[in-house]
Write a protein that binds this ligand. Structure first.
Ligand code: GGG
Length: 335
């Protein structure tokens, strides 16, 4: 049976990097153990909104919900109307965002090797925003014990399975419970309680202190568990330490479905020029392959990417002048 993948390129450079990731998936399927992929192309985002009046058409939502997994590019102004419902379509409760410095890439902190496990359904991204008057807008922050505990259980499994950097045996929970006492207090307490129940080492860090300490010494951290907004922002901070957003993949994991997307957005400044860095999307494809249990095939993709980053063509964000296609072909050649 082929693995059924919904493909949503979205806006901007999503249209350039997602085809690159598909090319790599096909090359892996042709030479590895995963078998065939069958793609259903659907779309979402700013351009779809302009065309149809809906940023996320029903058939796109359904395609993601019914596929074995989804490969997604990027959404711009419509991010809230596209990405959040898509995560819901696949039932995702955690967003895995690894930030690792690659040999050969000029990084601010070449020792960085951190994986963010980001709560993916609530916090300030739960969508409860209101304009109450000409002067006043409000936002309701949602934190439940159940979602916090589900994330924590995943984090415990993650470290117990040795999936953290250097086989980390524990994790750090980053929060702001000294100010958001009720919501982040609940989040922190539940995550630490699950870790204690499971006998997994866990410590805590205020997220602002974390934002200072990570760039000063990233080796202090391995697996970092955080709320939705904190995970979005802190992983972008980590991207800055390893060479930029063009390098960070992500996996939105559900119980029997997943959505794989580069951390970056649409990059309107370079969209359409064919020079976007496909690395983050290709590494997201590696996470997709691994999600189906084909760890060796995932590693093949990662090794090929690493080889290209070491001595192959590179795009402008990494100081080179190669096109998206040239980098993708170089990765495929090294598989
Ligand atoms: N590739 C995903 C994308 O479009 N990222 C831009 C963005 O605004 N993301 C928000 C989020 O990940 O929650």
């Amino acid at each position: 049976m082929p693995v059924e993948i919904a493909v949503i390129e979205g806006d901007g450079i999503g249209k350039e990097v997602v085809p690159a990731a598909v090319e790599v998936l096909d090359a892996v399927a042709a030479t590895g153990s995963i078998g065939e992929f069958e793609y259903t192309y659907v779309d979402a985002g700013d351009a779809v909104l302009a065309e149809t009046g809906e940023a996320l058409p029903e058939d796109t939502y359904e395609a993601a919900a019914n596929a074995d997994a989804t490969l997604f590019g990027a959404a711009g102004e419509t991010a809230a109307d596209v990405i959040l419902p898509l995560r819901d379509a696949v039932g995702s409760f955690v967003n895995i965002r690894p930030a690792r410095a690659f040999p050969g890439v000029d990084a601010v902190r070449s020792e960085t090797d951190v994986v963010f496990l980001r709560e993916n359904t609530e916090g300030v991204y739960a969508g409860h925003e209101d304009r109450l008057s000409e002067d006043l807008s409000t936002l309701t922050r949602v934190v439940t014990s159940s979602a916090s505990r589900e994330l924590a259980e995943f984090a415990c499994d993650f470290v117990e399975d040795g999936r953290g950097p250097d086989g980390s045996e524990g994790f750090t929970v980053a929060h702001k419970a000294n100010v958001m006492r009720e919501t982040d207090g609940r989040f922190r307490d539940e995550v630490l309680a699950v870790a204690a129940e499971r006998g997994v080492e866990a410590d805590e860090e205020l997220m602002d202190a974390f934002a200072t300490k990570l760039p000063l010494d990233p080796t202090q951290y391995g697996v970092v568990v955080c709320g939705n907004l904190a995970g979005d922002v802190l992983s972008d901070l980590a991207a800055g330490l390893v060479g930029g957003l063009g390098l960070l993949p992500s996996a939105n994991i559900g119980h029997d479905n997943g959505l794989f997307e580069p951390v970056h957005g649409t990059a309107p400044d370079i969209a359409g020029e064919g020079v976007a860095n496909p690395t983050a999307a290709i590494l997201s494809a590696a996470m997709l392959v691994e999600y189906f249990g084909y760890v060796e095939d995932g590693n093949r993709i990662r090794d090929a990417v690493e080889a290209v980053l070491t001595d192959g063509p590179r795009t402008g964000d990494l100081g080179g002048s190669a096109t998206t296609t040239e980098v993708t072909e170089a990765v495929v050649e090294r598989l």
